[in-house]
Write a protein of this length. Structure first.
Length: 591
């Protein structure tokens, strides 16, 4: 438990608590102690409490009233403060109540326990348990459900489960659906789906039967594990027991099916949901719209959006972003812009994600002027472009050869922000190499190395690839050899890049040596590796070597990709005898 408190401290007081609580509960059946009293002036919390200062001022006014307001009024104030996330302030005001000898009840104590748990101070929450007995206040299920939830929030899974078992075993209070749900939710959120399912089964056998919320927690966990069959079976069990699924149940299943790409099942479940008059909320609609967009059916997604509007469910910024992205993925950036204009006309403020989607769409279509105009609009509307925005613009500028503008954007990032990240540097280096600016690229590379900028293997692969493509094979090999010294083992892409460089220069022995080194370092070659070799053998007319190499390629289950197949066709046109040297020609593409 937090701050070194374990259940040992709790266990030490439990014998006293258990017997006393049981005796007290027989006499009082959970009646709360409260102060009677009327307020001379009604308190409107919504109008009077807008910030912490308002809440504190109102508290001090309340304690000066004659008579003092009843405890439900204090509870209402504290709950308002909790909703504003002023947890420590609730604790402070509670302490003032104690100094003023204002009696308290179980509702106030439960709010205080919740405050401590939300502050991740379950140790302080546990220290309040003896106070219940001292004040003559019985424990209730809310008390322990809150403590269990607090322990889970602090990742104290074992203590949370042990406390739950103790409550059940010692009859401290009767667990309800909420407490069971709290434990199941805590278990499932931390990857213990089967334990959550076992608890659900145990609950089915007991006095407190699971409700739709309890079933939905386990169904959601099964969906997140990708175990959709078990999730659907559990929902069917619910139906057979007369427990109808709700919006949460369907939402979890739709999300799970969506992530597995089972769009037909998504549509079936969505229709079933509507037919049962369980009408989707914006979150569920967004999942369906996202699925349609990923299938390329953006017009259908837009129809769903129009349908949700007719049913009184307003699309949110996520809805519009998903449809915009769907159109951009299809290259229909003008349609994406139309969606962007619709959300603007509705008074919905575009997020930076909205701008980034549209800017990326323009850049992919090489409409850089439109992308740059949007970049200006972001600042004009009081927002700020982020690193993703600038990275997208940089990529677009390099694509169309606007090197000067790209350099200026990069310089702006370095001077006024946002701070470039590893992707930014990689984009700039790749752009420099692409246009033959090798000296500038290496100058930047060396500067970043000296500054010990955060780098990764992808960053070094960009440099190695750039040097290879510019005929600087020795320099590329030098950078490659440096990787082991700085603790960055090459991946298959890095090896492929180096092998490609050797093959382009006709250094096939060096390429084969790199292949063996690759295997020795437990980095297995992939289909790209073998296709690079085949193209190298074809380019340099090493047909006999290619024959042996192709046998190894076939044995490993690899085949020609489209570029190799095209290369082979070109070679065969000039030298038909090459076909006789290929014993087993297989291709992923039909020619």
């Amino acid at each position: 438990m937090a701050r070194g408190l374990s259940l040992r401290k709790y266990n030490a007081i439990m014998p006293l608590l258990s017997s006393a609580v049981r005796s007290y509960c027989l006499l009082h059946t959970h009646k709360s102690i409260s102060i009677k009293g009327k307020i001379g002036v009604p308190i409107n919390f919504d109008k009077e409490v807008k910030c912490l200062d308002d809440a504190v001022s109102l508290f001090h006014r309340m304690v000066r009233m004659k008579p003092i307001p009843s405890l439900p009024v204090f509870c209402k104030l504290f709950k308002t403060m909790l909703s504003m996330k002023h947890y420590s302030a609730v604790v402070s005001l509670f302490q003032e109540m104690r100094k003023l000898d204002i009696p308290i009840n179980d509702f106030v104590l439960n709010i205080l326990i919740n405050s401590y748990c939300l502050m991740h101070r379950s140790d302080c929450a546990f220290s309040l348990l003896p106070f219940y007995l001292k004040s003559g206040i019985p424990f209730n299920v809310v008390t322990f459900a809150t403590l269990i939830r607090g322990l889970f929030a602090e990742h104290n899974l074992n203590d949370a489960v042990e406390l739950f078992k103790k409550v059940v075993r010692e009859n401290i209070c009767e667990p309800n659906e909420v407490m069971f749900g709290t434990v199941m939710n805590g278990l499932s959120k931390r990857g213990h789906t089967q334990k959550a399912l076992s608890l659900l089964r145990l609950m089915e056998q007991g006095n407190t039967k699971p409700d739709v919320c309890d079933y939905s927690i386990v169904i959601d966990a099964l969906c997140k594990d990708g175990n959709l069959d078990a999730a659907i079976n559990l929902m069917n069990e619910m139906k057979q027991k007369g427990i109808p699924p709700n919006i949460v149940t369907y939402g979890s299943l739709i999300d799970g099916l969506r992530k597995l790409g089972q769009w037909e099942n998504v549509r079936t479940l969505f229709s079933e949901m509507v037919n049962l008059n369980i009408y989707p909320n914006v979150y569920t609609f967004n999942m369906v719209i996202d699925g349609l967009c990923k299938e390329g059916k953006v017009e259908d997604a837009e129809e769903v959006m129009e349908h949700m509007i007719k049913k009184g469910v307003e699309p949110n910024i996520i809805t519009y972003n998903v449809i915009m992205d769907g159109y951009c993925l299809r290259g229909q950036v003008d349609r994406a812009r139309r969606i962007f204009d619709i959300l603007m006309n509705k008074g919905i403020e575009p997020s930076i994600i909205s701008y980034n989607i549209l800017i990326n769409g323009y850049c992919k279509k090489k409409k850089i002027a439109d992308a740059m105009q949007l970049l200006s609009e972001i600042s004009q509307r009081g927002s700020k472009p982020n690193t993703v925005t600038y990275n997208t613009i940089l990529q677009g500028l390099f694509e169309v050869g606007r090197i000067g503008d790209a350099k200026q954007i990069y310089a702006d990032m370095l001077s006024v922000g946002p701070k470039p990240n590893i992707s930014t540097h990689s984009i700039v280096l790749d752009g420099y190499f692409r246009y033959g600016l090798v000296e500038e690229a290496m100058s930047l590379f060396n500067k970043l190395e000296r500054k010990r900028e955060n780098t990764n293997i992808a960053f070094y692969t960009v440099v190695i690839n750039g040097l290879c493509k510019n005929g600087k094979l020795d320099e590329a090999h030098s950078v490659f050899e440096k990787l082991s010294l700085i603790g960055l083992p090459p991946n298959v892409r890095t090896y492929n890049t180096m092998i490609t460089g050797f093959c382009l220069q006709g250094l096939l022995d060096e390429a084969k040596s790199m292949l063996r080194k690759m295997e020795k370092n437990s980095c297995l070659p992939d289909n790209v590796t073998y296709n690079v070799f085949v193209q190298g053998f074809l380019r340099w007319s090493k047909f006999s070597e290619m024959r042996n190499f192709m046998k190894e390629m076939a044995d490993r289950g690899f085949s020609f990709d489209s570029s190799t197949a095209r290369f082979l066709v070109d070679v065969v046109r000039e030298n038909p005898s090459v076909l006789d040297m290929i014993p087993d020609l297989r291709s992923e593409n039909k020619y």
